[in-house]
Design a protein around this ligand. Structure first.
Ligand code: GLY
Ligand code: MN
Ligand code: MN
Length: 444
């Protein structure tokens, strides 16, 4: 994440756009993430707070962005200072001095100066904006500063009278992707599509799920995406029916399906692609039939995407196709019109149809347009979302045994454009023929 593809000018423009929306005489505090202990004195690979990253492009832990909207607006960074002794153990730091110029802040301070300087930026402001509850230790520090300001009224100190959540403003901005963000997400999708191809070619009876995962991660890293955007799901057989299966420690068996939900993180942005295919490269009759129901639902849904359409409408389209398909296969019985009316497919389609995608895999942004959260938001150009219908038949379900234990999901990433959509997921095979043809070229 050190080498972002977004220009410094775009980060500056984002800060200016946020400042323009802040109330007069206000201050916003947006902290970076802290490192997280994995075991004793070792840490997990650092992942920056996505709101902080969106506004700074700065990749170090413990930093703090302060935006002041006063007579003039200021953008200030507190960060770790240079420290040769620490750097020789833990890696290089940008340092406050270099950060100011490299990231184009009005002012930078070292973390040592935080205690003394930060209260002065909060003092006398009417409104304080921050994400209360996101980081407990940060909340404690902010409330301690407010206590100091309140207690110091004889010295002319004054704490803000209003505390506001900053997240709504930032998350609304993040929902609409810029051309630079879209270019990165296109590439994250291309890398991920290749990784799914590699997994299909590698896959065979007897290999462990985590060995397939290793192929995917190798393909990501080889193409510039150091990490996955989330824990890869590599579930063979019945494991495909566990929605967030990440154990990935079982052996793949001939005649079973393998579900892979994996996405590269590139410059901080996520891809989120799912493919389901037969371990031996050839779908059985029933696997193919159920697979095509999911694929038909996904295609019909994607084709309907354009500005003005909402997730609610897409969900109805997906449920119609899934319910009809399940009825035709005998997995739902009764009156078809009533089954469609009741969205009877939800018995097997047990999660949502999709979600926003961006810096977070389940990206931020309001899904509704009304306060009561009843009305789904119409799509607008620049939004990126996933479409991921799935069917999961319990191994004990009272259905034809050939369908028992099947889990199928197909997931693509879609950009809403002025006139319709662009499917960012272009190189991961999706039809039965495409998948079987690719797997037939396996070099195993
Ligand atoms: N990979 C998580 C999801 O598809 O929502
Ligand atoms: Mn996914
Ligand atoms: Mn998803």
């Amino acid at each position: 994440m050190k080498h972002t593809r977004i220009d410094v000018a775009e980060f500056v423009e984002r800060r200016q756009r946020l400042l323009a929306q802040m109330p007069d005489n206000s201050v916003a505090l947006i902290p970076a993430n802290k490192e997280v202990t994995r075991s004793r004195d070792t840490e997990f690979l650092f992942c920056q707070d996505k709101d902080f990253y969106y506004l700074t492009g700065f990749h170090e832990p413990d930093a703090l962005l302060v935006l002041v909207k006063g007579e003039q607006s200021e953008s200030i960074l507190f960060c770790r200072d240079k420290d040769p002794a620490q750097e020789v153990w833990h890696g290089r730091r940008v340092g406050a001095e270099k950060a100011q110029q490299a990231f184009n802040f009005d002012l930078t301070y070292t973390l040592d100066e935080l205690e003394q300087v930060l209260p002065m930026y909060i003092n006398q402001r009417d409104v304080l904006l921050f994400a209360q509850g996101a980081q407990k230790t940060f909340d404690e520090m902010v409330f301690a500063i407010l206590d100091i300001l309140r207690a110091g009224f004889k010295h002319g100190f004054k704490a803000p009278h209003t505390l506001t959540d900053i997240r709504d403003l930032i998350h609304e901005m993040r929902l609409f992707k810029s051309p630079a963000e879209i270019a990165i997400m296109r590439e994250a999708n291309a890398i991920t599509g290749n990784a799914h191809c590699r997994a299909m070619k590698f896959c065979q009876h007897g290999v462990f799920e985590y060995q397939v995962e290793a192929e995917i991660l190798h393909e990501f890293a080889k193409n510039g995406a150091r990490t996955a955007a989330y824990g890869s799901i590599v579930g063979g057989g019945e494991n495909a029916t566990i929605l967030h299966y990440t154990d990935n420690d079982e052996v793949l068996i001939n005649d079973e399906l393998l579900l892979i939900d994996a996405g590269a993180e590139l410059s901080g942005y996520a891809a989120d692609i799912t493919r389901t295919f037969p371990v031996n490269g050839k779908f059985s009759e029933q696997q193919k039939a159920l697979y095509n129901v999911v694929l038909d639902a996904q295609n019909a849904t994607i084709e309907a995407i354009k500005p003005g359409v909402s997730f609610a409408q897409l969900n109805t389209i997906a449920c119609d196709v899934l319910t009809r398909g399940l009825y035709d296969l005998g997995l739902l019985t009764g009156d078809l019109d009533q089954l469609i009316e009741e969205k009877a497919c939800k018995q097997y389609f047990i999660h949502g149809l999709g979600h926003w995608l961006g810096l977070d895999v389940h990206d931020v942004g309001d899904y509704h347009v009304d306060q009561d959260k009843n009305q789904r938001r119409p799509f607008e150009p620049g939004m990126v979302l996933t479409i991921e219908p799935g069917l999961y038949i319990d191994a004990e379900a009272d259905v034809d045994e050939h369908y028992q234990g099947l889990g199928i999901r197909i997931e693509d990433n879609i950009l809403v454009t002025e006139n319709g959509f662009e499917n960012l997921t272009v190189n991961a095979p999706k039809t039965v023929d495409e998948i079987e043809a690719l797997m037939a070229t396996s070099n195993q």
